[in-house]
Ligand binder design. Structure first.
Ligand SMILES: [Zn+2]
Length: 135
């Protein structure tokens, strides 16, 4: 499962602030990034005037990236949206990749079990879905 992280780094003349927020939906992450960008523009002097040479705006694979330097060169902001997946997700998937089969009657169980409800045998074998041709 994908998720979207927004990193907003404000290095202002008066203070520094760093904010990290994670979203399930890309549109919400982009929206938050835009809000933070607007917040930066509202904070800097001369009505949000930027030093264009040291400011940047990019949209790559629908992920927003802002880099801003105020015209007076004293306020900076970096706001970026990243797409990511959970580091332990693959591991979790692998663990769910098995089914449980009764050795007596071949009843199939999706969840781990030690006894068969059908026959009732206590002889259960673990088989990977790949080996069974099911994915
Ligand atoms: Zn059985």
């Amino acid at each position: 499962m994908k998720f979207y992280t927004v990193l907003a780094n404000f290095d202002m003349a008066s203070s520094s602030e760093r904010e990290v927020k994670t979203f399930l939906k890309q549109e919400n992450a982009n929206k938050f990034a835009e809000e933070k960008w607007k917040e930066f523009l509202d904070c800097i002097p001369r009505g949000g005037a930027l030093d264009e040479e040291f400011s940047d705006y990019k949209e790559q694979d629908e992920l927003l990236y802002f880099y801003g330097t105020s015209e007076d060169g004293e306020n900076f902001a970096t706001i970026s949206v990243f797409e990511d997946t959970f580091a332990d997700e693959e591991q979790e998937k692998k663990e769910n990749d098995f089914v449980y089969l009764c050795n007596e009657c071949d009843e199939l169980y999706e969840d781990e079990t030690e006894v068969c409800d059908r026959c009732p045998s206590e002889s259960i074998r673990v088989v990977s879905r790949g080996d069974m041709g099911m994915f």
